[in-house]
Design a protein around this ligand. Structure first.
Ligand code: FAD
Length: 419
């Protein structure tokens, strides 16, 4: 049986960033993934501006820039084909012009894995973890099988579960809490032959669901459609995807000349929260800690950030040689505290986007109130504190604007186009 300080399950953004941060501190680490890289992952493929700082701390930002990724200046938002808002990311508190990265996940994840491969971390691809090992009340390793179905066991003082939404800890320890949300499903594909998109991510909300469209370079656009699972009953997936995407006038304008260039990928996007593990020796990062709807496109940032928070706690555990659940409690508190307002905002947006009339009026108000729309994209970009929106004043100003709208003339087309 092999022995490491730390075993990381999963080589997505959460697992690779945790491994790279901890490797710098000199721990003996093994990172296991059931897949071989490059592997694909359904994703909107735009990454919050705030992630740049974490990529920089990890020492990977330069090599991401070497991929010549698309940089987006802001977001376009439309509600039910009527209100249309284009808003740039506001400058950061320290005066930086902020942009978000838009890069294909297979490329980004492969790049992160190549950094792991070139580090002192032992990378084990094709290794599927099937169970956690326990020593008393603490997790002390993992077991599973490799690509030729050979069984393995690996012992470690700390196991980091970065296995995403179906991670082994969630299933083995029954940690997943259901959601009241109806079954949502995402359909995704890269398109080619589309109109020049410009440096924006396009969020178009309409019936029966919303899309995120982002240019990812090489004249390709990534298109993700999120709808209720019921909409798909008995439908041909490809026909449904194309028909629904192009059924919206604004989407048709940008995508109409193009078509998907790959098989449509389908993924469950049901949001969920996760209970704190009761055992020690185990720490969850990334989607294994919970999932909010992908509308705000923050999952990768939140994954990187959760790993950054976990690293501090894990280092403390090694310093004190204490791997008990008590030692890891602070991580859970820190994470919940930091992400609490983001979760509230995400839930509020989820409510809003499925209420057509309210959604249109809010977007109209955001078109008129540049400061409010800038704040919103700054918060969604993860560099403006969420309490600037999740507070009393912001909704109040929005409501006042909506009341004013009732008495004023409709917005002209030119106002609709840019803010
Ligand atoms: C439709 C959709 C659109 C999204 N759009 C965006 C977006 O635009 N921007 C954004 O920032 N985020 C977006 N997200 C969220 C983002 O994709 C996730 O938050 C992110 O991938 C989480 O990273 P992770 O490392 O936690 O998990 P993952 O990226 O899922 O990686 C988990 C890894 O663990 C491995 N693994 C799992 N179980 C085991 C096991 N038992 N043994 C070994 N290996 C295992 C898997 O093979 C996988 O490689 C979107 C999500 C969805 C569903």
């Amino acid at each position: 049986m092999k022995l490491y300080d730390i075993v990381v399950i999963g080589g997505g953004p959460a697992g690779t960033s945790a491994a790279l941060f901890l490797e710098k501190k000199g721990y003996r680490i093994a990172l296991l993934d059931q897949a071989f890289f490059p592997r694909d992952k359904v994703c909107g493929e735009f990454i919050s501006p705030a992630a740049d700082d974490i990529f920089s701390d990890l020492g990977v930002l330069e090599s991401i820039d070497d991929l010549n990724p698309t940089r987006l200046s802001g977001v376009v938002l439309s509600a039910y084909e009527s209100s249309y808002l284009q808003v740039d990311y506001p400058v950061s508190a320290d005066g930086r012009v902020m942009t978000s990265l838009s890069v294909e996940r297979s490329m980004l994840d492969n790049l992160m894995i190549s950094h792991v491969r070139n580090s002192n971390v032992q990378l084990l691809e094709g290794f599927k973890v099937t169970d956690l090992l326990f020593g008393g009340e603490n997790v002390c390793g993992v077991k599973g099988y490799d690509e030729v179905k050979k069984q393995f066991s690996i012992k470690a003082k700390v196991v980091i579960d970065a296995g995403g939404r179906n991670s082994i800890s969630l299933r083995r320890l029954n940690l997943k809490r259901g959601s009241s949300q109806k079954g949502k499903i995402a359909l995704a594909a890269h398109w080619e032959g589309v109109k020049e998109l410009g440096p924006y991510c396009y969020m178009h909300i309409s019936d029966p669901g919303y899309t995120g469209i982002a240019p990812v370079g090489n004249n390709r656009a990534n298109v993700v459609l999120v709808v209720d699972r019921n909409n798909l009953a008995g439908a041909n997936i490809e026909q449904f995807f194309i028909k629904t995407v192009l059924g919206n006038r604004l989407r048709k304008e940008i995508l109409g000349a193009g078509a998907p260039v790959e098989k449509i990928r389908v993924m469950d996007t049901l949001s969920y929260s996760v209970k704190k593990p009761k055992c020690g020796g185990l720490i969850l990062v990334g989607d294994a800690t919970g999932f909010i709807d992908p509308f705000t496109g923050e999952g990768i940032y939140l994954s990187l950030r959760s790993s950054q928070l976990a690293v501090e706690i894990i280092s403390n555990a090694f310093d004190r040689a204490d791997f008990s659940s008590r030692q890891f409690q602070r991580y859970d508190m820190m994470r919940r505290k930091e992400f609490r307002e983001k979760n509230i905002l995400s839930k509020a947006l989820q409510y809003l986007i499925y209420k057509p009339s309210l959604c249109k009026r809010v977007v109209e108000s955001l078109i008129r109130q540049k400061e409010l729309s800038s704040l919103l994209v700054g918060v969604i970009g993860d560099y403006v504190p969420a309490n600037k929106i999740v507070c009393f004043q912001y909704p109040l100003r929005l409501i006042c604007e909506m009341l004013k709208q009732r008495q004023s003339l409709p917005i002209s087309n030119s106002q609709r186009l840019t803010n």
